[in-house]
Design a protein around this ligand. Structure first.
Ligand code: HEM
Length: 512
């Protein structure tokens, strides 16, 4: 009987439903039959899995061709572990491995471009590439491409004109003053404190008030700030692909929902205020006013939800980058007293001791040294070291390599910004290089990739630079700060953007 059963197919050997049939089967023979069935499944599964793993390696090697990078990829996850806890040193060693190099994460084939020529080619080839938002961001943001993107962006450019920026300056200075006063209160004990989180809150509060003015209730800024941190933490180069409860992506989506509710409310209130003929006092008001202008050419209807989404995308694009830029600016100034002295000297000259007079765009224009400090600080420590793009079709990035369609292709900015042929002593913080109009730094603007390049170049450049300069101007007027240097001060933590690992510990004291 056992032999008989073994000679049958496993399915035929165990009729499923009839009692009589089961009676036909010798109980002792059932176990070998199941073992055989399991063994067949086991070996079939092993063969399938092994074939898939071999295929995975073959595809990786085929796509990689001669590019530097590991010859084999870790099965399935690839370099996922590295993308979960990225360090600047790991990225640097990847970029140093070649101007183009390859990695794979969760079977997403990635080509990294380290040098200026290839990085710019990725950013400026919209027929071959487009920004590739990480999984979580795709669910957080609405970004477009091609013609639709150009048209949409044209409309949004109105929110960053000089006229618009001049409305924002007063809000920015008021918020900066409030926050720095609070920093000084908590610094009364004379101890150093990490400014990482308080600077992030300053930025968030500023952005929300610039974007929404008084259309947001006070508690909203705190709630959005707290929840937004969850979005930031969810940003990895490649996330775990499913938004399951408890995952970072899931938490980010919940945070987005909370922020969206407040931003939609603000859009609604702004439309009502402008319809009542009130003065524009924030970005939303400016936007609603522009759309209502009979001379405005372009789309004039934006729902509250769409406006909220645009603001959320601004928040997303600016919060981490601006916080990084600001925190390193504080650190660089504290570490370079000779630069700090020149900033103070310029402030004194331009403001003539009258630090209560509100700052304006014109006053900030008269501070070239401070503006050079902002530019140089972000060159030395670029907030954003790379942006992920995707090749929408086979992309001939160089004479001897074509990026396969569907691959991620990532321009890195660090090498461009530390190129010794453009920036002498590239790792040193030397704002003076920007004061020489004919010097190499100013003669090679294409190397300054802090804000990207091409059709998706940052829309908020002027606003961002102005904001960092304004906070520093306000801070120098109100306080002194000393850096408590720790072994981690020079170590870089990457939480979407770059931060000093110790959070930048500053000892603050009142400036009078
Ligand atoms: C120091 C601060 C900032 C840095 C370093 C920064 C950097 C960048 C970079 C590298 C990109 C990608 C560019 C590319 O793909 O070529 C970008 C895009 C963008 N940034 Fe910024 N950014 C900053 C502040 C801001 C602010 C304040 C806003 C808005 C209020 C903003 C809004 C945007 C938007 C909307 C995009 C996408 C543009 C598009 O796709 O057309 N950014 N930014």
């Amino acid at each position: 009987m056992v032999l008989k059963l073994l000679s049958r197919s496993p399915l035929a050997s165990i009729p499923s439903s009839t009692a009589s049939a089961t009676h036909d089967i010798n109980a002792g023979s059932l176990i070998p039959s199941l073992n055989r069935k399991s063994a067949t499944w086991f070996y079939t599964t092993v063969v399938i899995v092994a074939s898939l793993l071999v295929l995975e390696q073959a595809v990786y090697r085929y796509k990689k061709r001669h590019l530097p990078g590991a010859s084999w990829t870790i099965p399935i996850i690839g370099k996922f572990a590295d993308s979960v806890s990225p360090t600047l040193d790991k990225y640097k060693s990847q970029w140093n491995s070649g101007v183009l190099s390859a990695v794979s994460v969760f079977n997403i084939f990635i080509v990294m471009a380290a040098d200026n020529q290839h990085a710019r080619k990725i950013l400026n080839s919209p027929t071959f590439t487009e920004p590739c938002l990480v999984h979580s961001a795709k669910q957080v943001l609405v970004f477009l491409n091609g013609r639709a993107h150009v048209e949409y962006r044209k409309g949004l450019n109105h929110l960053f004109t000089r006229r618009a920026l001049s409305i924002y300056v007063a809000i920015q200075e008021t918020i900066a003053r409030q926050h720095i006063a609070e920093w000084l209160e908590t610094a009364k004990d004379g101890k150093a404190q990490a400014i990482m989180m308080i600077a992030r809150f300053l930025n968030m509060d500023t952005s929300l008030h610039v974007f929404c003015g008084n259309h947001l209730p006070d508690e909203a800024a705190r709630e959005i700030n707290d929840k937004y941190w969850l979005i930031t933490q969810s940003l990895e180069l490649v996330n775990f692909p499913l938004a399951l409860p408890g995952t970072k992506v899931y938490k980010a989506i919940q945070a987005r929902k909370a922020a969206m509710r407040w931003l939609e409310l603000a859009a609604k209130r702004s439309k009502i205020a402008m319809a009542e003929g009130k003065e524009p006092k924030c970005m939303l008001d400016e936007w609603v006013t522009i759309l209502a202008d009979p001379n405005y050419k372009g789309r004039t209807e934006f729902s509250d939800r769409e406006m909220a989404m645009v603001l959320l995308s601004f928040l997303f694009a600016s919060q981490d980058a601006m916080s990084s830029g600001l925190i390193y600016a504080f650190q660089h100034l504290a570490d370079h007293p000779e630069v700090m002295a020149k900033v103070r000297e310029e402030q004194e000259r331009v403001r003539q001791g009258n630090y209560e007079t509100p700052l304006t765009l014109e006053t900030l224009d008269q501070m070239p040294y401070l503006n050079a400090v902002v530019k140089e600080s972000m060159r030395v420590k670029p907030p954003v070291v790379m942006v992920p793009y995707v090749a929408t079709k086979a992309f001939p990035i160089s004479d001897d390599y074509t990026v396969p369609a569907g691959s991620m292709v990532i321009p890195a900015f660090y090498d461009s910004l530390h190129d010794p042929s453009v920036y002498y002593e590239p790792d040193n913080f030397l704002p003076e290089r920007w004061l020489d109009a004919t010097g190499a730094a100013n003669a090679n603007p294409k190397n300054y990739l802090v804000f990207g390049s091409g059709p998706h170049r940052c829309i908020g450049i002027d606003y961002a630079c102005m904001n960092i300069a304004l906070v520093l101007a306000t801070a120098t007027a109100m306080m002194n700060w000393e850096h408590e240097i720790t072994p981690q001060s020079e170590e870089v933590e990457i939480i979407a953007t770059l931060f000093p690992k110790d959070g930048c510990r500053l000892k603050l004291s009142r400036n009078n």
